[in-house]
Design a protein around this ligand. Structure first.
Ligand SMILES: NC(=O)c1ccc[n+]([C@@H]2O[C@H](COP(=O)([O-])OP(=O)(O)OC[C@H]3O[C@@H](n4cnc5c(N)ncnc54)[C@H](O)[C@@H]3O)[C@@H](O)[C@H]2O)c1
Ligand SMILES: CC(C)[C@H](C(=O)O)[C@@H](O)C(=O)O
Length: 349
């Protein structure tokens, strides 16, 4: 995907990572992704050492906590997490992991892949760069417990976090069309969105990329009407959450988009989608987003060829007509995984 070179360049022979399978379809897309990593291992000789860590709704039932102490300790010690979606406890797992590992930006590509019909009639190819530690995600809320009729949430924006996520967006943009669209709502939220817009604009101009800005409501409409006008979209936390689901679905399916949540030396790689309880246990979930999350992990670690092989095998499988029901096909999750894995093993992806 060409974004990682600017972030980190390390070389390891065995990739040790925490694997959180999660809830709902999480274990299904995780198993499919492990099959693809097995193929990568055969083809490229990279060793993988997934350290199974529990987190999510099931962990809460079994261990009394959605994010057991042991999981948090291992995640911080290893610093690399590949995770499936968790369920209703996401607010106690995902947001805490992001804060504890200091992953300040979510890089969320949404791209219409070969043979996939975009939902808006036009292909989409955008990267959402989402600030990931601030906004309302500081999760500081006050409820008037006496009347139970009033609640207030804190929203945080700092120059420091805005600046580093903007510098990352600029680096990503330089490897693409050189344009960053700042998404905000500074016409109403003069303080928080105003700061985000002003700091981001200054930094992006310093970085020498073309800067555009859009109010988030219009950006949502324009993403559907004229997706080609966007390339890299830099967003505050909550807007990025919403727009990345929209972009993934417009590109073809929520099952297609990965997220690389990166810190200075830590990374959490996950699909954008959730636990999809409505289809869990049916073996029909699209594992592409989680496979692409694994590809982003490899890219970030410096294994460009292996990452590209996963992307190419997915593209080739889709182009050949292999697809899961969300894309109008009838393949099961593991059948699609086999289509991808065999292309990697054969060496023609
Ligand atoms: N990062 C995370 O761990 C994460 C992210 C989002 C939601 N969640 C959690 O997931 C649970 C369900 O959330 P939701 O229903 O709002 O959103 P969702 O993303 O799970 O599902 C929305 C719709 O998209 C479909 N879908 C999602 N992923 C798919 C895939 N890979 N293949 C095919 N179809 C797919 C689902 O079937 C559903 O119709 C909630 O408990 C939520 O808290 C977790
Ligand atoms: C589940 C939730 C905590 C999470 C978020 O809001 O960030 C999810 O929607 C995402 O996009 O990763």
């Amino acid at each position: 995907m060409g974004w990682a070179a600017a972030i980190r360049e390390i070389s390891v022979t065995v990739v040790r990572f925490c694997l959180i399978e999660g809830d709902g379809i999480g274990p299904e897309v995780s198993r499919a992704t492990l099959r693809v990593l097995e193929a990568v291992s055969k083809r490229f000789g990279i060793g993988f050492e997934p350290v199974l860590c529990e987190a999510g709704d099931e962990a809460a039932k079994r261990r009394g906590s959605p994010l057991p102490e042991e999981t948090l300790r291992k995640a911080k010690e290893i610093g690399i997490v590949l995770k499936g979606p968790v369920g209703e406890t996401a607010g106690e797992v995902v947001t805490v992991l992001r804060r504890e590992l200091g992953t300040y930006a979510a890089i969320r590509p949404a791209k219409t892949l070969p043979g996939v019909s975009p939902r808006c009639g036009k292909p989409l190819d955008v990267v959402i760069v989402r600030e990931l530690l601030e906004g309302v995600y500081v999760q500081t809320e006050y409820v008037d417990v006496v009347s139970n009729s009033f609640a207030v949430a804190l929203r945080v924006a700092s120059a420091r976090e805005t600046e580093r996520v903007a510098r990352l967006a600029a680096r990503i943009a330089r490897g693409r069309r050189g344009i960053v669209s700042i998404i905000h709502k500074a016409n109403v939220l003069h303080g928080t969105c105003g700061l985000f817009r002003d700091v981001a604009k200054r930094v992006l101009e310093e970085e020498g990329v073309v800067v555009e800005e859009y109010y988030v409501d219009a950006a949502a409409a324009l993403l559907v009407r004229t997706p080609e006008r966007f390339d890299v979209m830099l967003t505050p936390n909550l807007f990025g959450d919403i727009l990345s689901d929209l972009a993934a679905e417009l590109a073809g399916s929520l099952g297609l988009s990965p997220s690389a949540n990166v810190g200075d030396k830590t990374g959490i790689f996950e699909p954008v989608h959730g636990a999809a309880f409505d289809i869990a246990g049916m073996g029909i979930a699209n594992p592409t987003a989680m496979m692409l999350a694994a590809a982003m992990m490899l890219d970030w670690l410096g294994y460009r060829d292996a990452a590209r092989a996963i992307e190419k095998a997915i593209e080739d499988a889709l182009a050949s007509g292999a697809r899961t029901p969300d894309l109008g096909g009838n393949l099961k999750t593991m059948e699609f995984a086999e289509e991808v894995a065999k292309r990697i093993e054969a060496g023609n992806a």
